[in-house]
Design a binder for this molecule. Structure first.
Ligand SMILES: NC(=O)c1ccc[n+]([C@@H]2O[C@H](COP(=O)([O-])OP(=O)(O)OC[C@H]3O[C@@H](n4cnc5c(N)ncnc54)[C@H](OP(=O)(O)O)[C@@H]3O)[C@@H](O)[C@H]2O)c1
Length: 259
């Protein structure tokens, strides 16, 4: 597929803006080919030369492919006719059927990015119920790869589930880091040291997982029967995996129910 023009509704928002900047920086589109819309008008992204418009229908009419990156609760207010077009939604909790009925799109893709778009390391799964030509699949994956990695998933429910997993971005590590910090302080470790220690675990040592298999790492640490093994075993005995499963399902339920 060769899309000459690409439009991002909500293209000056946190996610839409990061994607727009990445699309330009990687040379995937030129500024002349990129259309962005918002309600409030001026935005630093317009300095790139991308077209910033206030009329969403004008953006749709000018764009071969339309990306929707408004907040879920803002979607109802969009009144666009995207008949015949491919629409890629980045919204959590708005079904493809709702988007299809509201826009008349030829095909609706749901993609779920996360906050790591900011550093272009988002894992962004996507789903489309229709058979798509290989060129269109290639196009979608190239757009999403501008902000990290991507993978097509077989059902829309995978997107709702993954909204509460990869879509949460740094949320789980942040919770772990604050819990480690608070518990260290409660155990008498000075605050700055507690913070440094927790950061060392989550941000620094966590990077080792980029090149080590996590299960092999856990197995070898448990087999060592030392300090780390005792800490891990305590968590496992307390139902750590079950709790994580319940947490992700609780988030996924919200995504499935819609917002
Ligand atoms: N943030 C995350 O970590 C994350 C993770 C996964 C998925 N998402 C999804 O990403 C989507 C965008 O989230 P965000 O965090 O980027 O929100 P955001 O920063 O509030 O961006 C929303 C953008 O939409 C614009 N907008 C709102 N109503 C509009 C309308 N009627 N016409 C044109 N533009 C409109 C807003 O600009 P104006 O106010 O100027 O109109 C704003 O630029 C959400 O649907 C969310 O589910 C976010």
């Amino acid at each position: 597929m060769r899309a000459e023009t690409l439009g991002i509704i909500g293209g000056t928002g946190w996610l839409g803006g990061a994607l727009a900047q990445a699309l330009l920086d990687t040379g995937f589109v030129s500024a002349a080919q990129l259309f962005l819309s918002n309600r409030s008008g001026s935005h630093p992204l317009s300095a790139t030369g991308a077209h910033l418009v206030g009329d969403n229908q004008a953006l749709v009419d000018a764009s071969d492919v339309v990306i929707v990156s408004v907040r879920p609760e803002q979607f109802n207010a969009l009144k666009i006719d995207a008949s015949g077009k491919l629409v890629i939604s980045l919204m959590a909790g708005v079904t493809a059927q709702t988007i299809s009925e509201a826009t008349g799109a030829r095909a609706v893709v749901r993609a779920m990015a996360n906050a790591a778009v900011e550093i272009r390391q988002s894992f962004t799964p996507w789903h489309c119920a229709l058979e798509l030509p290989a060129s269109e699949v290639d196009f979608i994956e190239h757009v999403l790869a501008c902000v990290g990695t991507t993978s097509r998933v077989p059902t829309e429910d995978c997107i709702d589930y993954l909204s509460a997993l990869s879509g949460t971005g740094p949320a789980f590590p942040a919770l772990l880091m604050t819990a480690l910090t608070h518990q260290a302080m409660a155990a008498g470790i000075p605050q700055d040291v507690a913070h440094q220690a927790a950061r060392g675990v989550v941000v620094a040592a966590g990077q080792l997982l980029a090149k080590h298999d996590p299960q092999a790492m856990i197995d070898s640490l448990v087999a060592y029967k030392g300090v780390t093994a005792a800490a891990l075993q305590s968590l496992l005995d307390a139902g750590f995996e079950r709790q994580i499963g319940e947490a992700v399902q609780a988030g996924a339920e919200v995504a499935r129910r819609g917002m």
